[in-house]
Design a protein around this ligand. Structure first.
Ligand SMILES: O=c1ccn([C@@H]2O[C@H](COP(=O)(O)OP(=O)(O)O[C@H]3OC[C@@H](O)[C@H](O)[C@H]3O)[C@@H](O)[C@H]2O)c(=O)[nH]1
Length: 405
Protein backbone atom coordinates (compact mmCIF):
# COMPACT_ATOMS: atom_id res chain seq x y z
CA UNK A 1 0.00 0.00 0.00
CA UNK A 2 2.52 2.56 -1.12
CA UNK A 3 1.22 6.01 -0.33
CA UNK A 4 1.86 8.85 -2.73
CA UNK A 5 1.90 11.46 -0.01
CA UNK A 6 1.34 10.96 3.61
CA UNK A 7 1.63 14.48 4.87
CA UNK A 8 -1.27 15.92 6.75
CA UNK A 9 -3.79 17.23 4.22
CA UNK A 10 -4.90 20.58 5.62
CA UNK A 11 -7.43 21.69 3.04
CA UNK A 12 -9.80 19.79 0.78
CA UNK A 13 -11.84 21.12 -2.13
CA UNK A 14 -11.16 23.50 -4.99
CA UNK A 15 -12.06 26.94 -6.25
CA UNK A 16 -13.21 26.18 -9.75
CA UNK A 17 -16.20 26.64 -12.09
CA UNK A 18 -17.36 29.64 -10.06
CA UNK A 19 -17.86 27.53 -6.94
CA UNK A 20 -15.50 27.51 -3.98
CA UNK A 21 -15.63 24.12 -2.21
CA UNK A 22 -12.56 24.48 -0.01
CA UNK A 23 -12.74 23.59 3.67
CA UNK A 24 -10.18 22.94 6.36
CA UNK A 25 -9.70 19.27 7.10
CA UNK A 26 -9.52 19.98 10.84
CA UNK A 27 -12.99 21.56 10.76
CA UNK A 28 -14.44 18.61 8.88
CA UNK A 29 -12.74 16.18 11.25
CA UNK A 30 -14.17 17.96 14.25
CA UNK A 31 -17.61 16.94 12.92
CA UNK A 32 -16.91 13.22 12.97
CA UNK A 33 -13.76 12.42 14.96
CA UNK A 34 -13.63 12.48 18.74
CA UNK A 35 -11.27 15.14 20.16
CA UNK A 36 -8.65 12.53 21.11
CA UNK A 37 -8.62 10.92 17.66
CA UNK A 38 -8.50 14.37 16.11
CA UNK A 39 -5.46 15.30 18.24
CA UNK A 40 -3.69 12.07 17.24
CA UNK A 41 -3.85 13.11 13.61
CA UNK A 42 -3.25 16.80 14.02
CA UNK A 43 -1.69 18.23 17.14
CA UNK A 44 -3.12 21.66 16.26
CA UNK A 45 -6.66 20.38 15.88
CA UNK A 46 -9.41 22.55 17.23
CA UNK A 47 -10.89 21.70 20.54
CA UNK A 48 -14.14 20.23 19.49
CA UNK A 49 -17.06 22.41 20.39
CA UNK A 50 -19.68 21.03 18.08
CA UNK A 51 -18.85 17.60 16.71
CA UNK A 52 -19.44 15.71 19.90
CA UNK A 53 -23.08 15.50 20.80
CA UNK A 54 -22.79 12.66 23.25
CA UNK A 55 -20.48 12.03 26.17
CA UNK A 56 -19.94 8.52 27.43
CA UNK A 57 -19.40 8.04 31.16
CA UNK A 58 -17.55 4.80 31.79
CA UNK A 59 -18.28 4.61 35.52
CA UNK A 60 -22.07 4.83 35.20
CA UNK A 61 -22.26 3.37 31.66
CA UNK A 62 -24.47 6.23 30.57
CA UNK A 63 -24.39 8.55 27.63
CA UNK A 64 -25.22 12.23 27.91
CA UNK A 65 -26.69 14.02 24.89
CA UNK A 66 -26.30 17.75 24.60
CA UNK A 67 -28.38 20.06 22.48
CA UNK A 68 -25.81 22.17 20.77
CA UNK A 69 -25.92 25.90 21.08
CA UNK A 70 -22.79 26.24 18.96
CA UNK A 71 -22.57 25.44 15.30
CA UNK A 72 -19.39 25.37 13.27
CA UNK A 73 -18.88 28.77 11.62
CA UNK A 74 -20.25 28.70 8.08
CA UNK A 75 -19.12 31.00 5.30
CA UNK A 76 -21.18 34.12 4.78
CA UNK A 77 -22.18 34.17 1.14
CA UNK A 78 -23.92 36.97 -0.74
CA UNK A 79 -27.44 36.00 -1.84
CA UNK A 80 -26.28 35.77 -5.43
CA UNK A 81 -23.86 32.98 -4.52
CA UNK A 82 -25.86 31.14 -1.88
CA UNK A 83 -27.58 28.13 -3.38
CA UNK A 84 -30.57 26.15 -2.19
CA UNK A 85 -29.36 22.59 -2.35
CA UNK A 86 -31.30 19.37 -1.89
CA UNK A 87 -29.36 16.24 -0.93
CA UNK A 88 -31.39 13.04 -1.10
CA UNK A 89 -29.83 10.35 1.05
CA UNK A 90 -28.14 13.20 2.90
CA UNK A 91 -28.06 11.26 6.18
CA UNK A 92 -26.14 8.41 4.57
CA UNK A 93 -22.40 7.90 4.59
CA UNK A 94 -21.49 9.88 1.46
CA UNK A 95 -24.45 12.23 1.82
CA UNK A 96 -23.51 13.36 5.33
CA UNK A 97 -19.98 14.33 4.25
CA UNK A 98 -21.36 16.24 1.28
CA UNK A 99 -23.81 18.00 3.61
CA UNK A 100 -21.00 18.98 6.01
CA UNK A 101 -19.09 20.53 3.15
CA UNK A 102 -22.03 22.38 1.61
CA UNK A 103 -23.06 23.71 5.01
CA UNK A 104 -19.55 24.96 5.86
CA UNK A 105 -19.48 26.68 2.48
CA UNK A 106 -22.54 28.69 3.46
CA UNK A 107 -25.31 27.17 1.34
CA UNK A 108 -28.87 26.31 2.33
CA UNK A 109 -29.13 22.56 2.56
CA UNK A 110 -32.19 20.34 2.75
CA UNK A 111 -31.63 16.67 3.51
CA UNK A 112 -34.18 14.06 2.49
CA UNK A 113 -33.72 10.62 3.96
CA UNK A 114 -35.94 7.69 4.92
CA UNK A 115 -33.27 6.47 7.40
CA UNK A 116 -33.39 2.97 5.94
CA UNK A 117 -29.59 2.83 5.82
CA UNK A 118 -28.81 6.45 6.76
CA UNK A 119 -28.93 7.69 10.33
CA UNK A 120 -30.01 10.96 11.89
CA UNK A 121 -26.87 11.05 14.00
CA UNK A 122 -24.69 11.64 10.93
CA UNK A 123 -26.12 15.13 10.47
CA UNK A 124 -27.52 15.85 13.94
CA UNK A 125 -24.80 18.47 14.51
CA UNK A 126 -26.59 20.70 11.97
CA UNK A 127 -30.13 20.31 13.31
CA UNK A 128 -31.39 23.73 14.37
CA UNK A 129 -29.01 25.65 12.11
CA UNK A 130 -30.93 28.28 10.11
CA UNK A 131 -29.39 27.06 6.81
CA UNK A 132 -30.31 23.43 7.43
CA UNK A 133 -33.42 21.29 7.17
CA UNK A 134 -33.76 17.55 7.79
CA UNK A 135 -36.83 15.83 6.34
CA UNK A 136 -37.77 12.20 6.81
CA UNK A 137 -39.08 11.29 3.41
CA UNK A 138 -38.84 8.40 0.98
CA UNK A 139 -37.95 9.50 -2.54
CA UNK A 140 -40.34 6.96 -4.03
CA UNK A 141 -43.01 9.53 -3.07
CA UNK A 142 -42.99 12.93 -4.79
CA UNK A 143 -41.50 15.85 -2.88
CA UNK A 144 -42.01 19.52 -3.63
CA UNK A 145 -39.50 22.22 -2.79
CA UNK A 146 -37.81 25.17 -4.51
CA UNK A 147 -34.15 24.41 -5.12
CA UNK A 148 -31.20 25.31 -7.37
CA UNK A 149 -29.26 22.05 -7.22
CA UNK A 150 -30.22 18.45 -6.45
CA UNK A 151 -27.68 15.84 -5.40
CA UNK A 152 -29.66 12.62 -5.74
CA UNK A 153 -27.82 10.05 -3.63
CA UNK A 154 -30.71 8.16 -2.03
CA UNK A 155 -30.30 4.38 -2.40
CA UNK A 156 -28.82 1.60 -0.27
CA UNK A 157 -25.27 1.02 -1.54
CA UNK A 158 -23.85 -1.97 0.30
CA UNK A 159 -24.48 -5.34 -1.41
CA UNK A 160 -26.19 -6.97 1.64
CA UNK A 161 -28.36 -3.87 2.12
CA UNK A 162 -29.41 -3.42 -1.49
CA UNK A 163 -30.10 -7.15 -1.84
CA UNK A 164 -32.13 -7.25 1.41
CA UNK A 165 -35.18 -5.89 -0.42
CA UNK A 166 -34.33 -6.07 -4.10
CA UNK A 167 -37.71 -4.80 -5.27
CA UNK A 168 -37.45 -1.76 -3.04
CA UNK A 169 -33.93 -1.06 -4.35
CA UNK A 170 -35.26 -1.13 -7.91
CA UNK A 171 -38.22 1.02 -6.96
CA UNK A 172 -35.93 3.56 -5.26
CA UNK A 173 -33.65 3.65 -8.30
CA UNK A 174 -36.47 4.06 -10.79
CA UNK A 175 -39.37 5.80 -9.03
CA UNK A 176 -37.11 7.82 -6.75
CA UNK A 177 -35.02 9.09 -9.64
CA UNK A 178 -38.14 9.79 -11.69
CA UNK A 179 -39.56 11.91 -8.86
CA UNK A 180 -36.34 13.85 -8.37
CA UNK A 181 -35.94 14.45 -12.10
CA UNK A 182 -39.54 15.68 -12.19
CA UNK A 183 -38.63 18.10 -9.41
CA UNK A 184 -35.54 19.24 -11.34
CA UNK A 185 -37.65 19.79 -14.44
CA UNK A 186 -40.23 21.88 -12.59
CA UNK A 187 -37.74 23.99 -10.63
CA UNK A 188 -35.07 24.10 -13.38
CA UNK A 189 -32.60 22.84 -10.80
CA UNK A 190 -29.40 21.18 -11.90
CA UNK A 191 -29.56 17.45 -11.15
CA UNK A 192 -26.65 15.19 -10.20
CA UNK A 193 -27.13 11.46 -9.72
CA UNK A 194 -24.76 9.19 -7.81
CA UNK A 195 -24.39 6.28 -10.15
CA UNK A 196 -21.87 3.52 -9.57
CA UNK A 197 -19.02 1.44 -10.91
CA UNK A 198 -21.52 -1.41 -10.66
CA UNK A 199 -23.04 -0.27 -13.98
CA UNK A 200 -19.95 -1.98 -15.49
CA UNK A 201 -20.95 -5.27 -13.78
CA UNK A 202 -18.18 -7.89 -13.79
CA UNK A 203 -16.15 -5.94 -16.35
CA UNK A 204 -14.45 -7.47 -19.36
CA UNK A 205 -12.47 -4.26 -19.94
CA UNK A 206 -9.88 -3.04 -17.53
CA UNK A 207 -9.56 -0.35 -16.29
CA UNK A 208 -13.12 0.81 -16.85
CA UNK A 209 -13.68 3.87 -19.02
CA UNK A 210 -16.98 5.70 -19.17
CA UNK A 211 -17.62 4.57 -22.75
CA UNK A 212 -17.55 0.88 -21.74
CA UNK A 213 -21.13 -0.46 -21.77
CA UNK A 214 -20.61 -3.03 -19.06
CA UNK A 215 -21.22 -6.68 -18.37
CA UNK A 216 -24.15 -7.07 -15.99
CA UNK A 217 -26.13 -10.20 -15.18
CA UNK A 218 -29.63 -8.75 -15.36
CA UNK A 219 -31.21 -11.62 -13.41
CA UNK A 220 -28.51 -12.09 -10.75
CA UNK A 221 -28.64 -11.00 -7.09
CA UNK A 222 -26.78 -7.75 -7.80
CA UNK A 223 -29.10 -6.79 -10.65
CA UNK A 224 -31.47 -4.78 -8.43
CA UNK A 225 -28.67 -2.27 -7.85
CA UNK A 226 -26.72 -2.56 -11.10
CA UNK A 227 -29.74 -2.47 -13.37
CA UNK A 228 -31.47 0.00 -11.05
CA UNK A 229 -28.61 2.45 -11.48
CA UNK A 230 -28.40 1.77 -15.21
CA UNK A 231 -32.07 2.61 -15.67
CA UNK A 232 -31.61 5.63 -13.41
CA UNK A 233 -28.90 6.86 -15.78
CA UNK A 234 -31.19 6.21 -18.77
CA UNK A 235 -33.97 8.20 -17.11
CA UNK A 236 -31.54 11.00 -16.35
CA UNK A 237 -30.49 11.32 -19.99
CA UNK A 238 -34.14 10.96 -21.06
CA UNK A 239 -35.02 14.07 -19.05
CA UNK A 240 -31.96 15.82 -20.41
CA UNK A 241 -32.85 15.12 -24.06
CA UNK A 242 -36.61 15.51 -23.83
CA UNK A 243 -36.99 18.23 -21.24
CA UNK A 244 -33.66 20.04 -21.22
CA UNK A 245 -32.93 19.23 -17.58
CA UNK A 246 -29.29 20.00 -16.75
CA UNK A 247 -27.87 16.67 -15.63
CA UNK A 248 -24.63 15.34 -14.16
CA UNK A 249 -23.80 11.66 -13.71
CA UNK A 250 -21.11 10.50 -11.25
CA UNK A 251 -20.07 6.86 -11.46
CA UNK A 252 -18.72 6.27 -8.00
CA UNK A 253 -16.16 3.54 -7.35
CA UNK A 254 -15.61 1.89 -3.94
CA UNK A 255 -15.52 4.64 -1.35
CA UNK A 256 -14.80 4.50 2.38
CA UNK A 257 -14.47 6.73 5.40
CA UNK A 258 -15.78 7.58 8.84
CA UNK A 259 -19.56 7.29 9.34
CA UNK A 260 -19.72 4.21 7.18
CA UNK A 261 -22.16 1.92 8.92
CA UNK A 262 -19.77 -0.53 10.65
CA UNK A 263 -22.14 -3.43 10.04
CA UNK A 264 -23.23 -2.71 6.48
CA UNK A 265 -21.16 -5.63 5.24
CA UNK A 266 -18.78 -3.78 2.95
CA UNK A 267 -15.19 -4.79 2.95
CA UNK A 268 -13.45 -1.75 4.46
CA UNK A 269 -15.73 -1.49 7.49
CA UNK A 270 -15.81 -5.28 7.94
CA UNK A 271 -12.02 -5.59 7.93
CA UNK A 272 -11.39 -2.67 10.27
CA UNK A 273 -14.03 -3.72 12.81
CA UNK A 274 -12.88 -7.34 12.73
CA UNK A 275 -9.24 -6.39 13.22
CA UNK A 276 -10.04 -3.90 16.00
CA UNK A 277 -12.13 -6.47 17.85
CA UNK A 278 -9.55 -9.21 17.45
CA UNK A 279 -11.87 -11.31 15.28
CA UNK A 280 -10.97 -13.28 12.16
CA UNK A 281 -10.88 -11.13 9.02
CA UNK A 282 -13.17 -12.61 6.38
CA UNK A 283 -11.81 -12.63 2.83
CA UNK A 284 -14.41 -13.86 0.36
CA UNK A 285 -13.04 -16.40 -2.11
CA UNK A 286 -9.27 -16.60 -2.52
CA UNK A 287 -8.98 -12.82 -2.27
CA UNK A 288 -7.55 -12.39 -5.76
CA UNK A 289 -10.42 -10.13 -6.85
CA UNK A 290 -9.41 -6.48 -6.95
CA UNK A 291 -10.88 -3.16 -5.93
CA UNK A 292 -9.68 0.46 -5.89
CA UNK A 293 -10.68 2.45 -2.82
CA UNK A 294 -11.16 6.20 -2.59
CA UNK A 295 -11.46 8.28 0.54
CA UNK A 296 -14.75 10.07 1.04
CA UNK A 297 -13.33 13.63 1.01
CA UNK A 298 -11.93 13.05 -2.49
CA UNK A 299 -15.34 11.87 -3.64
CA UNK A 300 -17.06 14.93 -2.18
CA UNK A 301 -14.53 17.14 -4.01
CA UNK A 302 -15.36 15.32 -7.24
CA UNK A 303 -19.12 15.50 -6.78
CA UNK A 304 -19.05 19.25 -6.17
CA UNK A 305 -16.72 19.86 -9.11
CA UNK A 306 -18.91 17.79 -11.40
CA UNK A 307 -22.11 19.51 -10.29
CA UNK A 308 -20.66 22.93 -11.05
CA UNK A 309 -18.82 22.05 -14.25
CA UNK A 310 -20.22 21.84 -17.77
CA UNK A 311 -19.56 18.10 -18.09
CA UNK A 312 -22.81 16.35 -19.04
CA UNK A 313 -21.34 12.93 -19.79
CA UNK A 314 -20.93 10.29 -17.04
CA UNK A 315 -17.73 10.74 -15.03
CA UNK A 316 -15.89 8.03 -13.08
CA UNK A 317 -14.87 9.11 -9.59
CA UNK A 318 -12.48 6.73 -7.87
CA UNK A 319 -8.94 6.09 -6.80
CA UNK A 320 -6.65 4.33 -9.27
CA UNK A 321 -4.66 2.35 -6.67
CA UNK A 322 -5.80 -1.21 -7.16
CA UNK A 323 -5.43 -3.94 -4.52
CA UNK A 324 -6.33 -7.58 -4.35
CA UNK A 325 -8.70 -8.08 -1.45
CA UNK A 326 -6.14 -10.29 0.27
CA UNK A 327 -3.45 -7.57 0.02
CA UNK A 328 -5.96 -5.10 1.33
CA UNK A 329 -6.79 -7.30 4.34
CA UNK A 330 -3.10 -7.48 5.24
CA UNK A 331 -2.66 -3.73 4.87
CA UNK A 332 -5.69 -2.98 7.06
CA UNK A 333 -4.39 -5.38 9.70
CA UNK A 334 -1.03 -3.56 9.76
CA UNK A 335 -2.67 -0.16 10.17
CA UNK A 336 -4.97 -1.38 12.93
CA UNK A 337 -1.98 -2.88 14.77
CA UNK A 338 -0.08 0.40 14.45
CA UNK A 339 -2.94 2.40 15.95
CA UNK A 340 -3.50 -0.14 18.74
CA UNK A 341 0.20 0.01 19.63
CA UNK A 342 0.20 3.81 19.64
CA UNK A 343 -2.78 3.79 21.96
CA UNK A 344 -0.90 1.40 24.29
CA UNK A 345 -3.49 -1.26 23.64
CA UNK A 346 -1.94 -3.93 21.40
CA UNK A 347 -3.77 -7.21 20.86
CA UNK A 348 -2.26 -10.28 22.52
CA UNK A 349 -2.10 -12.05 19.18
CA UNK A 350 -2.38 -11.14 15.53
CA UNK A 351 -5.84 -11.67 14.01
CA UNK A 352 -6.22 -14.39 11.39
CA UNK A 353 -7.29 -13.89 7.83
CA UNK A 354 -9.80 -16.59 6.93
CA UNK A 355 -11.61 -17.35 3.68
CA UNK A 356 -15.36 -17.54 3.10
CA UNK A 357 -17.43 -18.33 0.06
CA UNK A 358 -17.39 -15.63 -2.61
CA UNK A 359 -20.78 -14.03 -3.33
CA UNK A 360 -22.39 -14.77 -6.71
CA UNK A 361 -21.40 -12.40 -9.54
CA UNK A 362 -18.76 -10.66 -7.40
CA UNK A 363 -16.81 -8.51 -9.89
CA UNK A 364 -13.31 -9.90 -10.37
CA UNK A 365 -11.45 -6.70 -11.23
CA UNK A 366 -12.31 -3.09 -10.77
CA UNK A 367 -10.31 0.07 -11.34
CA UNK A 368 -11.52 3.35 -12.76
CA UNK A 369 -10.01 5.09 -15.73
CA UNK A 370 -10.27 8.65 -14.45
CA UNK A 371 -8.89 10.44 -17.50
CA UNK A 372 -12.20 12.23 -18.05
CA UNK A 373 -12.35 13.55 -14.49
CA UNK A 374 -8.75 14.71 -14.80
CA UNK A 375 -9.32 16.46 -18.11
CA UNK A 376 -12.68 18.07 -17.57
CA UNK A 377 -12.76 18.62 -13.79
CA UNK A 378 -9.00 18.73 -13.12
CA UNK A 379 -9.81 16.31 -10.32
CA UNK A 380 -7.73 13.55 -8.93
CA UNK A 381 -7.66 11.92 -5.50
CA UNK A 382 -5.29 13.48 -3.01
CA UNK A 383 -5.75 11.02 -0.11
CA UNK A 384 -3.73 7.83 -0.12
CA UNK A 385 -5.60 4.71 0.88
CA UNK A 386 -3.33 4.40 3.91
CA UNK A 387 -4.17 7.90 5.15
CA UNK A 388 -7.87 7.26 4.74
CA UNK A 389 -7.82 3.86 6.39
CA UNK A 390 -5.84 5.22 9.32
CA UNK A 391 -8.36 7.99 9.91
CA UNK A 392 -11.20 5.49 9.69
CA UNK A 393 -9.44 3.13 12.14
CA UNK A 394 -9.11 5.97 14.65
CA UNK A 395 -12.77 6.82 14.17
CA UNK A 396 -13.95 3.26 14.89
CA UNK A 397 -11.37 2.85 17.66
CA UNK A 398 -12.92 5.65 19.71
CA UNK A 399 -16.43 4.50 18.86
CA UNK A 400 -15.61 1.10 20.32
CA UNK A 401 -13.90 2.71 23.30
CA UNK A 402 -16.98 4.83 23.93
CA UNK A 403 -19.19 1.75 23.59
CA UNK A 404 -20.99 3.20 20.56
CA UNK A 405 -20.23 0.01 18.65
O1 LIG B 1 -16.01 -9.11 4.62
C1 LIG B 1 -15.84 -8.98 3.39
C2 LIG B 1 -16.63 -8.12 2.57
C3 LIG B 1 -16.37 -8.06 1.24
N1 LIG B 1 -15.38 -8.78 0.68
C4 LIG B 1 -15.04 -8.67 -0.76
O2 LIG B 1 -14.50 -7.37 -0.95
C5 LIG B 1 -14.86 -6.87 -2.24
C6 LIG B 1 -15.56 -5.54 -2.09
O3 LIG B 1 -16.81 -5.76 -1.49
P1 LIG B 1 -17.80 -4.59 -1.02
O4 LIG B 1 -19.01 -5.25 -0.49
O5 LIG B 1 -17.10 -3.65 -0.12
O6 LIG B 1 -18.11 -3.76 -2.34
P2 LIG B 1 -18.41 -4.20 -3.85
O7 LIG B 1 -17.23 -3.77 -4.64
O8 LIG B 1 -18.81 -5.63 -3.96
O9 LIG B 1 -19.69 -3.34 -4.19
C7 LIG B 1 -19.64 -1.92 -4.07
O10 LIG B 1 -19.34 -1.42 -5.33
C8 LIG B 1 -19.32 -0.02 -5.53
C9 LIG B 1 -20.39 0.74 -4.82
O11 LIG B 1 -21.31 1.32 -5.71
C10 LIG B 1 -21.13 0.03 -3.73
O12 LIG B 1 -20.78 0.63 -2.52
C11 LIG B 1 -20.96 -1.43 -3.58
O13 LIG B 1 -22.00 -2.02 -4.25
C12 LIG B 1 -15.72 -7.96 -2.87
O14 LIG B 1 -14.92 -8.74 -3.70
C13 LIG B 1 -16.22 -8.78 -1.69
O15 LIG B 1 -16.50 -10.12 -2.03
C14 LIG B 1 -14.59 -9.62 1.47
O16 LIG B 1 -13.67 -10.29 0.99
N2 LIG B 1 -14.86 -9.68 2.79
Amino acid sequence: MASQKDENIQVVGHERFGFDSRAETKTLRSLYLSPSANKDLDANSQNQEYGSQSTYDKASNTVKYTTLANFPPVRLLPNSERKRILVTGGAGFVGSHLVDRLMLLGHEVTVLDNFFTGSRTTVSHWVGHPNFELVRHDVVEPFLIEVDQIYHLACPASPPHYQYNAVKTLKTSFQGTLNMLGLAKRTKARFLISSTSEVYGDPEEHPQREDYWGHVNCIGPRACYDEGKRVAESLTYGYSRQDGVEVRVARIFNTFGPRMNPYDGRVVSNFIIQALKGEDMTVYGDGSQTRSFQYVHDLVDGLILLMNSDEERPVNLGNQDEFTILEFAEAVRDIVEKVQKEKGNPLAKRVNIIHKEIPQDDPQRRRPDTTRAKETLQWQPQWSVRQGVEEMVRYYYTQIEEKKL
